[in-house]
Design a protein around this ligand. Structure first.
Ligand code: ADP
Ligand code: MG
Length: 632
């Protein structure tokens, strides 16, 4: 047998982020201080879930103590509050790692978002999830005594939350964890059985394990409540999602959400169903009000917990919902999956596929209901998560139609940047004979709104969708049509404006094409290395020229995004379209040969700039412009 080296008591420092979190939390979360109890109960419950899961393969871990539960007690004289569980426990290394650091992706980014503004930070910290460290809101010292299931000895962890903790050996009769809070002087009211029961019921009623407290009786002689040697459950101790909907209050649904999501805020809405049929499962899924700080972090934890027949299996089960619904939080409890299911099995399981499809459909129904009946809530949802939902257009072809109806856009009709226009709204305003849905993409909303390509549409009163989210181009490559009407970029050549032009305009078009032929040829010659073609257009009103690309070519905006992402992007030469009505075009037509080249380049470069594109040689552009300005 190997000699186990004694591990003496050591003092270690918290990870820098923990120190920062502790400091901020105590100040900004004080008004929510009771949540510490919810966090500790949730950890104790997680610890029991983990034990039950490990015991599937190692039943001996449960031996002698198979009834899992949580006990809450307080000691008035010592001014302490203790939460005990007989869950998985912590080894020395686990205690150091889990109670001294924050092992979450995006932690650094999260801290860089904190502003020092109490309220904003409280909101952010709430979303981040403070967990165990919230004990320090009410305690000036916290002691954890824990014995890992299957291990011999126990450990003792202690800290005053000032930057260091000590860890050493301890005694504990069986496996599990005791978290003892040494309460701050002003937290006397927590040393009261009524008060504690009230908080526990409010925050933790839905926990599936019994939370027990010692029975108390009034002792008239002593004139105080006296604890008896008898433990009673203070919560219902049945997993919330297994109860009948009619037995659950909205308040209970909300508290359950807060426990599983670590969000301080209420959820926007939820859906709770028992699904029967080929695959049997219960789903309780929530839409949060706010996007988590790590919504765009690919490694971020997902929000759905998987249970099998009420046994917790795993957090963050990304197979249960498509990625474009990664903001959903909740629980799925399957009746069919084996208890020893692994992530690999999840990937291939037909039951899981059925769950994923069923759950995605449920969420879409929930969103449809919101969009229909609670427009403000839907708008709030869209602002937070619209960009993620757009990913669904590519990711989930089976639901593309339903998703398309849920999309919202900014448009020339509303005149602001808010994305509120649905494709159905758009079509309801379409002009007679208009069989297309027009859009423009750009790097920003203001660039989209001032695109020269919009001029003819403005003149004719035709609405154009203004798209400027990063995901838009990608979405559009999948979303080609809606209700039989194709989506068409106004910035592409071959834009068939014929339908929108009246007879007179058509006639005019042929005339100007003839009239400007010499100028077009001259420009073409001067710009032959830069453009594919030059032609006359009637799509412009205020601008002298614009650049367009072929209908099947990548848009300049998309090319820029690809290049910015370091990807190979083909060099596409644009078509330069000129506005025959514009004075500048008239002026260029009269330019002498020696300055014509400069005029031509200037025309192209400013058309590129208006498009939001980079011009090849900005310094040369400025020089040319100044030279021509001086001459003017
Ligand atoms: P989270 O619960 O989100 O992981 P917490 O800060 O609440 O974050 O807890 C940090 C970690 O400490 C937990 O993940 C767990 O590993 C460990 N832990 C906390 N409380 C207990 C407990 N009662 N029993 C076992 N482990 C615990
Ligand atoms: Mg926790």
């Amino acid at each position: 047998m190997s000699q186990t080296a004694p591990s003496p008591s050591e003092t270690l420092g918290f990870q820098a982020e923990v120190k920062q979190l502790l400091h901020l939390m105590i100040h900004s979360l004080y008004s929510n201080k009771e949540i510490f109890l919810r966090e500790l109960v949730s950890n104790a419950s997680d610890a029991c879930d983990k034990l039950r899961f490990e015991a599937i393969d190692h039943p001996e871990l449960l031996a002698g103590d198979s009834e899992l539960g949580i006990r809450v007690s307080y000691d008035k004289a010592a001014r302490t509050l203790t939460l005990s569980d007989n869950g998985i426990g912590l080894s020395r290394d686990e205690a150091i790692a889990n109670l001294g650091t924050i092992a979450r992706s995006g932690t650094r980014e999260f801290f860089s978002q904190l502003t020092g503004d109490k309220q904003k930070d409280a909101q952010l910290i709430g979303q981040f999830g403070v967990g165990f460290y919230s004990s320090f809101i009410v305690a000036d010292r916290v002691t954890v005594v824990s014995r890992r299931a299957g291990a011999e000895g126990a450990i003792r962890w202690e800290s005053d939350g000032q930057g260091e903790f000590t860890i050493g050996e301890a005694e504990r009769a069986g496996r599990g964890t005791d978290v003892t809070l040494h309460l701050r002087a002003e937290e006397d009211e927590l040393l009261n059985g009524w008060k504690l029961r009230e908080i526990l019921r409010r925050y933790s009623d839905h926990i599936s394990l019994p939370i027990r407290m010692a029975k108390e009786e009034w002792d008239a002689e002593k004139n105080e409540q006296v604890k008896k040697d008898e433990w009673e459950a203070v919560n219902q101790a049945s997993a919330l999602w297994t109860r009948a909907k009619s037995d659950i209050t909205d308040e209970q649904y909300r508290e359950f959400y807060k426990t599983i999501s670590h969000d301080f805020d209420d959820p926007l809405t939820w859906t709770h169903n028992r699904v029967e049929g080929r695959s049997e499962y219960t789903q309780l899924l929530y839409l949060p009000k706010h996007a988590p700080f790590d919504l765009w972090d690919r490694d971020a934890r997902r929000g759905v917990k998987l249970y099998v027949k009420r046994v917790f299996i795993m957090d963050d089960a990304e197979q249960l919902l498509p990625s474009y619904l990664r903001f959903v939080r909740g629980v799925i409890d399957s009746a069919d999956l084996p208890l020893n299911v692994s992530r690999e099995i999840l990937q291939e399981s037909r039951d899981v596929r059925a769950i994923r499809e069923g759950s995605a459909k449920r969420i879409l129904s929930l969103l449809e209901e919101l969009a229909e009946n609670k427009k403000d809530d839907y708008a709030a949802f869209w602002t937070e998560f619209g960009q993620v939902l757009k990913e669904g257009a590519g990711e989930d072809p089976a639901n593309r139609e339903r998703l398309a109806k849920l999309l919202r856009f900014a448009s020339t009709h509303t005149g602001d940047a808010a994305q509120t226009v649905s494709l159905a709204d758009y079509l309801s305003r379409a002009k007679e004979g208009q069989d297309k849905i027009y859009y423009v993409t750009a790097d920003s909303h203001s660039a989209a709104g001032s695109s020269p390509h919009l001029e003819i549409f403005r003149k004719k009163g035709i609405e154009v969708l203004l798209l400027s989210d990063r995901v838009d181009e990608w979405m559009l490559s999948y979303l080609r049509e809606f209700e039989g009407k194709s989506l068409v970029s106004v910035a592409k050549g071959g834009l068939d404006l014929a339908d929108l032009a009246d007879e007179e305009e058509k006639k005019r078009q042929t005339e100007v094409a003839e009239e400007f032929k010499p100028l077009v040829e001259r420009l073409q010659q001067a710009l032959k290395d830069q453009v594919k073609e030059v032609r006359v257009t009637l799509r412009l009103v205020d601008s002298p020229a614009c650049v367009v690309v072929g209908q099947n070519e990548l848009s300049p905006h998309l090319l820029r995004m690809l290049k910015a992402a370091g990807q190979d992007a083909p060099d596409v030469k644009p078509v330069l379209e000129i506005n025959p009505e514009h004075a500048l075009i008239g002026r260029i037509g009269q330019a002498a040969d020696e300055e014509f080249g400069d005029w031509a380049r200037l025309l192209l470069d400013q058309a590129m700039l208006a498009e939001g594109a980079q011009i090849a040689d900005p310094a040369a552009f400025v020089k040319r412009m100044n030279a021509l300005l001086l001459k003017a």
